[in-house]
Design a protein around this ligand. Structure first.
Ligand SMILES: [Ca+2]
Ligand SMILES: [Ca+2]
Length: 368
């Protein structure tokens, strides 16, 4: 009886813990945060997309967990999370990745690029190259603006990074198809059709071998200088349906045009001069592209003739006082540019940011 009591008590304690944690989860889901003071579950805000209600969604793979634990800034790793910035600029948790979402071999999920599909669902690049899993395209199934669950709809990428839709075609940049440090990096952009994406039978991309032997979905291949080992990353589609691809280690942007049947017409150099370009978004009202320079701590507007204008730039900061802190992507809503402070530090001599640090922030920059 004593033993039974012991177990009953233990069970009661466990149930209380479960109830408390369920309660704190509920509170957490409703809690709102300021852009300038995000909780640690947004410790590496990365990529943006607008949702169907003009909210801004952003991924946070939380790649700084280990560094921040070592610094004593946080006590435990924060699960990868998607945040929502509402029309009053209040931030809340939209989706926290769950056990069943993890890639089975690596045990992690690394949400990078995010984009709303023509079906209203949210598509996310899950980068597994650094963790030993198979990289994937995830679909967050959305009902009434809420994230319901996550399906894998394509897999076999190397370093999937940005996601951008053009009609019923989705483009996914693959930042590292092959690389030889200091010599060259081969990267590319995949193009998949909506009707090829299936949870029951995820599209399998075959591994890149060389320029003449690769998956038929590879839309474009880029060669860059090999200085970082990072090629194609940012992607955006303009109002005319042209596709723009940023090549990180070259600091360049390429423009791809299309035939009427959505096949590629040509790809040409559109802009050059950044140190290490990152995310790109196109804004309709100002008819311009917006891009970050992750290494140079800067944000630019680029007009449709390829001319760049600096919008903001900072030195090495921690991100406080709205300052840039290794910006990963910029999106414009209502004349305001929102900038994720990804806060990566690669230790490269050309990189301004030296340390991932608190606070965790999203900067705002008026574009007029
Ligand atoms: Ca920071
Ligand atoms: Ca920093």
């Amino acid at each position: 009886m004593k033993i039974l009591n012991k177990y009953t008590n233990l069970l009661r304690v466990m149930l209380t813990i479960v109830a408390l944690s369920a309660c704190s989860h509920t509170v957490l889901a409703q809690q709102q945060y300021s852009l300038q003071d995000l909780p640690a579950q947004f410790n590496s805000p990365a990529s943006f997309s607008l949702d169907s209600d003009n909210n801004i969604l952003f991924t946070s793979p939380n790649l700084h967990n280990q560094t921040l634990v070592e610094q004593g800034v946080i006590t435990k790793a924060a699960a990868p999370t998607i945040g929502l910035i509402d029309n009053n600029n209040q931030v809340s948790v939209w989706y926290t990745f769950k056990q069943q979402d993890l890639e089975p071999n690596s045990g992690v999920v690394t949400p990078m690029g995010i984009a709303k599909g023509p079906d209203g669902n949210i598509y996310i690049a899950d980068m597994q190259l650094w963790f030993g899993g198979e990289s994937r395209l995830l679909r967050v199934n959305v009902i009434d603006g809420k994230a319901i669950d996550v399906d894998v709809v394509a897999k076999g990428f190397s370093f999937p990074n940005a996601v951008a839709w053009r009609g019923n075609d989705v483009f996914i940049s693959d930042t590292v198809l092959a690389t030889e440090k200091g010599i060259s990096t081969t990267s590319g952009v995949y193009k998949l059709r909506l009707d090829e994406l299936s949870a029951e039978n995820p599209l399998q991309i075959s591994k890149y071998q060389n320029k003449n032997n690769h998956d038929a979905h590879l839309f474009e291949i880029f060669e860059s200088n090999g200085s970082l080992g990072f090629g194609a990353n940012g992607l955006a589609v303009d109002g005319q349906g042209n596709l723009y691809t940023g090549i990180m280690e070259d600091g360049t942007i390429y423009k791809s045009t299309f035939n009427k049947d959505s096949s590629k017409l040509e790809t040409t150099l559109f802009n050059e001069g950044l140190i290490a370009s990152d995310g790109i978004q196109w804004d309709s009202p100002s008819n311009a592209l917006y891009i970050t320079d992750l290494f140079d701590n800067a944000v630019y507007r680029i007009d449709m003739n390829g001319q760049a204008k600096l919008l903001a730039k900072n030195g090495n900061t921690d991100g406080s006082n709205n300052m840039l802190d290794a910006p990963g992507e910029v999106i414009v809503r209502g004349g305001i540019a929102y900038v994720t402070n990804f806060d990566a530090a690669f230790g490269a001599s050309t990189m301004v940011n030296t340390k991932p640090d608190a606070p965790f922030t999203i900067s705002v920059v008026p574009i007029k």
